[in-house]
Design a protein around this ligand. Sequence first.
Ligand SMILES: Cc1cc2nc3c(=O)[nH]c(=O)nc-3n(C[C@H](O)[C@H](O)[C@H](O)COP(=O)(O)O)c2cc1C
Length: 176
Amino acid sequence: MEQAPVLLLWVAALSRSNTIAKQAGGNAEIHDYLATVDATLAAQNAAIAAESMGLGFVYIGAMRNQSREIEELIGLPDYSYVTFGMVVGKPDLSHLSAIRPRPNQKVVLHYNNYDTVNSLEALDTYEESFQQFRKEQKMKDKKWKKDVAYTANSLDYMHERQNLRITVEEKGFKLK
Ligand SMILES: Cc1cc2nc3c(=O)[nH]c(=O)nc-3n(C[C@H](O)[C@H](O)[C@H](O)COP(=O)(O)O)c2cc1C
């Protein structure tokens, strides 16, 4: 983030519609139901466009960690919140990386019914390819399953993100 020339903040911005709806005499009750999808879709399209121009990017979910500070910093109006950030820049070609292997299709692709048993079993082979990849990339040793457990079992990982709900409610959203 410190090196990137641009940090884009993707804002779920219902503030304009909220003002217009209230000026028309309503209570904008639809805005009690949070909408994040539009901002996310727009960001992913921007990501694809950036890549097509030879740029690189990293999503920054950590932008939600200190949400109140961020919103004060950029002066966000009510009925708006920062969903996540995205740094964009020129990839450092002296540090070429590769695409991390993904769990195989049996894990993520289901036909007609969600198959919890087979999809978990199919994950058994993933640990090995995950670790092999990290070795090739000279990344520090990490166990995939252990990491999944760590990121779910300890609030340490959240770095204050657990307070996001409070900030979002202060912005007027009812999170219904
Ligand atoms: C929703 C989302 C949020 C992310 N947030 C951060 C972040 O806060 N900081 C960071 O360094 N990388 C962040 N990343 C990037 C990932 O850590 C990772 O570098 C990226 O997903 C590509 O790596 P992979 O191919 O191993 O998934 C985020 C990625 C996603 C999809």
